[in-house]
Design a binder for this molecule. Sequence first.
Ligand code: G3H
Ligand code: 13P
Ligand code: ZN
Length: 328
Amino acid sequence: ALISLRQLLDHAAEHSYGVPAFNVNNLEQMRAIMMAADSCNSPVIVQASAGARGYAGSAFLRHLITAAIEEWPHIPVVMHQDHGMSPAVCQRSIQLGFSSVMMDGSLGEDGKTPMNYDYNASATREVVKLAHACGVSVEGEIGCLGSLETGLAGEEDGSGAEGVLGHEQLLTSADEAEQFVKDTNVDALAIAIGTSHGAYKFTRPPTGDILSIERVKEIHARIPNTHLVMHGSSSVPQEWLQVINEYGGDIGETYGVPVEQIVEAIKHGVRKVNIDTDLRLASTGAIRQYLAHNPSDFDPRKYFKASMVAMSDICINRFEAFGSAGQA
Ligand code: G3H
Ligand code: 13P
Ligand code: ZN
């Protein structure tokens, strides 16, 4: 069944669990996520980015998600729009039937330029009014995702972005978080604690100085009734990096957010955990491996099957670790 983000996260808070939010771009990701959710009886958040809409088209994405709801009617599904860069984009998704939208006013529409507080709060407030009138939930973001190691915000390829940000921007303050929730009435709040999007998050296994679970605790203590969201929360499995590199890939040494750290954050108010990169890595690794082992095969269903199994395994692991398994 389609449910709103607010409905799901209220239940998650009441029962002290977190829910992974997986990005979807195609049929294989959608089925992998749903097969995993079905096998461990977990509710799920599936989210579509602007990049996903560009790749698959809005209509296909919408129908992929509604098809999943039809095929697995017993699984609660939140249909979420990831990183809406303007109120207009959010409005469009509400019209399309999404049950939740993210208004990301932390960065400008280019996805790179940090925006000021007033712009972010007023754009988010506008979306909340519109969305709540339609029974749709809203996630906002305060603080800019980015690396505390390099001061770089934004980019996914490890090459860095425009401006170099300071600690004040890369770590959300409890004061600002509190004010922002008051000013906007968002249902869920994404905070910056040192994670960034993509595979190149940390050059070493993260310690407290570059991944601040302490900051999660501080913010949660200040706004205990706000559901917190962690972006950039792929764990970047070393096993899959190895498989990719063993079968012709070339990905440099890099580290993600350890699952144990996410589990700790879930004890302190994190309810939605965004994961995209891990499924990309598993999918690519599985396809490279399959094709290397089966050089005469050319039926895409065979290697996509291998990719789905690999993605599903990651999903099952996260549903179990975050405690959403068994909660559907
Ligand atoms: O926000 C980041 C997600 O990983 C989505 O990535 O914009 O390439 O679809 P994308
Ligand atoms: P990852 O790149 O760590 O998977 O993060 C995804 C994300 O935050 C989507 O909004
Ligand atoms: Zn994100």
